[in-house]
Design a protein around this ligand. Structure first.
Ligand code: SF4
Length: 196
């Protein structure tokens, strides 16, 4: 079973095209300034089987791919590798954000990490470092690197992406902000009477 923090069915700011985004629950690090601190503890989140999540994703119309984020996706690599394998067979691309470097992932000799890596089209690696903020596409801080592992996603299409974020209002009224919002977003929305 996967243990998720959240999902968003349609996002335009977590990789090229329109993407289904999955945030897993739990990360072994605690980087100062992490944008998603609620996803860090290894606590019970939304439990879902690979079969059920695959069915949910493939019912979503008009998506180009799926993005794994967190939390730390490689902490649930066995299940995500199986999910990614099935999604790739449907022609969906896979983007993954990780706090590990690609060298750490490749040198670990962990079969689940190797399996997940083998299905990823674009890997964004490295921890977020506060004080190294950047406006580069899909990076939180300048140390992070984009690895185009298959050629399915190209640097040209990523470099053409606008720096953007999504605001999703769920049926329960809860607001989710994803992508790369400006640091003072909460303050700016509060001025317009919107709270996050
Ligand atoms: S690795 Fe990523 S998710 Fe984990 S604490 Fe650091 S910034 Fe947050």
């Amino acid at each position: 079973m996967l243990n998720l923090h959240n999902v968003v069915q349609w996002s335009r700011s977590n990789g090229p095209g329109t993407r289904y985004v999955i945030w897993v629950q739990g990360c072994p690090r605690s980087c100062p300034g992490c944008w998603n601190p609620e996803s860090l503890p290894f606590v019970e989140g939304q439990r879902v089987s690979v079969d059920a999540l695959y069915a949910q994703i493939t019912r979503s119309r008009g998506i180009d791919g799926v993005t794994f984020s967190g939390g730390e996706p490689f902490s649930q690599s066995g299940e995500l590798a199986e999910l990614a394998r099935r999604l790739k067979a449907r022609g969906l691309s896979i983007v993954t954000f990780t706090g590990y470097t690609i060298e750490q992932l490749r040198e670990a000799g962990n079969p689940d990490w190797d399996a997940l890596l083998s299905h990823i089209d674009l890997l964004i690696d490295g921890v977020y470092i506060e004080g190294q903020q950047t406006d580069a596409p899909l990076k939180g801080s300048a140390n992070q690197r984009l690895h185009y592992l298959t050629g399915v996603i190209t640097p040209e299409e990523v470099n053409a992406l606008p720096r953007s974020f999504d605001v999703t209002i769920g049926s329960d009224g809860l607001t989710t902000v994803t992508g790369f919002p400006p640091a003072d977003l909460a303050k700016r929305l509060a001025l317009r009477g919107v709270t996050l």
